[in-house]
Design a protein around this ligand. Structure first.
Ligand SMILES: Cc1ncc(COP(=O)(O)O)c(C=O)c1O
Length: 439
């Protein structure tokens, strides 16, 4: 249990506003001020994208290994057609019956365990987590939350409090406890037991502070902590512990959801876990902003008896059209299986290159969600964030986009579109080998 300082997620691979600025960069910063969040030492101006590729203004085509939002590929024609058709026909809120919305809700629910039979659609993952937290507080009469040390769950006031990696200068509030992520370096070989013990300690610590626990809130692949998916099932004990204490388990699927891990459609399924509440977002509309909460009716019943929930844009028919197109494409093109095959291939190739390099401590992850730990050559236990940023810049020189994660920003995070081909995977593998060889 810690109040450890972690590197803010928005600072990773970020443009330094003190650096010289091109006209367009200066224009952006003049418009968005301190909230500007540009990537790279020299930001890139993008003009279009297709499949796993993005095209910059200077004509350079970049292989996008960063963005898990366009999960079926950038500018996908099926989503474009569905959105165009629906927006030209009808777009309104959920206070009318529009069957395409229920078509979507039913298609989405078919991917979940039966008991999770109610869905609330929102526009962002932050809104989804905000509602999930409120449901948990209402149901348990508790206010305490347990998260991981570098977690990020969104940007509302409530959700920022449970996002240690969003906090630059403040520490976590009293009702939030952050525990180390499920890594061997903290728990040795028995991650499942060690992690469950930390959850138990956190519950007791909250109790000592006079706070009743409301929920565990975990990203099912711990992406901002550095990507942790193994060993399969390691969350089960922690979930038993929270349930015994009367708290809920909220699975944040904003990052790993929609087939990315290859082995299952939802990240929590890799843990044989039964969440009480699941939150979704990012890839849900392949870039069309949509997100949601999937839960058991009883949690919504008691919450809605008090305040109810309405979201002007959440669950609009155009979002439903986009969401349906995404689900259909994943199924029709067997993209979950492609994620598994391409992910296994990438991981094996990268692991074999890593064996030849003293800059790589570990390659891990599941399907097309991989993490590569970058370390100092003298010790696998010494993270090297500077070398990581240099690698990100060198990948850019190789026309590949990639980002960082982890408490110090020393884990490369790989999340290409699920339609990745072997040729595209090979582009990344070759660049990885080249960059390490030159270092
Ligand atoms: C795990 C996780 N949960 C929630 C969110 C918030 O989603 P949004 O940015 O759509 O509000 C993010 C965003 O990065 C995330 O990574």
């Amino acid at each position: 249990m810690t109040n450890k300082t972690v590197r803010p997620i928005l600072e990773m691979n970020a443009f330094d506003k003190q650096s010289p600025q091109t006209e367009n960069v200066a224009r952006r910063i003049a418009n968005t001020g301190a909230s500007s969040v540009l990537f790279y030492r020299e930001p890139i101006e993008m003009v279009s994208a297709e499949g796993v590729w993005m095209t910059a203004k200077d004509g350079t085509r970049y292989l996008d290994f960063y963005n898990n939002v366009p999960c079926i590929g950038h500018s996908h024609p099926a989503v474009t057609a569905a959105v165009n058709k629906q927006i030209a026909t009808l777009n309104t809120n959920t206070r009318y019956i529009v069957p395409i919305v229920d078509d979507y809700l039913e298609a989405l629910k078919a991917t979940f365990p039966k008991e999770l039979s109610n869905v609330v659609l929102t526009c962002s993952g932050s809104e989804a987590n905000d509602l999930a937290m409120r449901l948990a507080c209402k149901h348990t009469n508790g206010t305490g939350f347990i998260v991981t040390e570098s977690a990020y769950h969104g940007n509302t006031s409530l959700v920022t409090q449970v996002s240690p990696s969003a906090l630059k200068n403040t520490s976590l509030p009293e009702h939030v406890i952050a525990i180390p992520p499920p890594a061997k370096k903290y728990y040795g070989d028995n991650i499942e037991q060690g992690f469950a013990d930390q959850v138990q300690l956190a519950i007791e610590e909250l109790k000592q502070r006079g706070i009743k626990v409301a929920a565990l809130l975990f990203d099912s692949i711990f992406s901002s902590d550095g990507v942790f998916s193994e060993p399969e099932g390691f969350l089960s004990k922690a979930i038993e512990v929270i349930h015994q204490a009367g708290g809920l388990y909220i699975a944040d699927e904003v990052q790993p959801g929609f087939a990315r891990t290859g082995t299952s459609f939802w990240g929590f399924q890799n843990h044989n876990a039964s969440p009480d509440i699941v939150t979704l977002g990012k890839p849900m509309g392949n870039g069309f902003p949509m997100a949601g909460v999937v839960t058991k009716p009883e949690y919504l019943d008691s919450f809605c008896a008090d305040v109810g929930y309405f979201n002007t844009f959440g669950g609009n028919p155009v979002a439903a059209a986009a969401g349906l197109a995404v689900l259909k494409e994943i199924k029709d093109k067997n993209l979950q299986e492609n994620a598994r095959l391409m992910g296994d291939y990438l991981k094996a190739q990268l692991q074999s290159i890593a064996e030849q390099s003293d800059h790589i401590a570990e390659v891990r992850g599941s399907g097309l969600f991989l993490g590569i730990d970058i370390c100092h050559p003298d010790s696998a236990d010494k993270p090297d964030p500077e070398f990581t940023v240099n690698m990100i810049d060198q990948f850019r020189e190789e026309h590949i986009l990639i980002g960082a994660a982890g408490p110090d920003g020393s884990t490369l995070k790989l999340r290409p579109a699920l339609c990745l081909t072997k040729t595209e995977a090979d582009c990344f593998i070759d660049a990885f080998a080249k960059i390490l060889k030159a270092s």
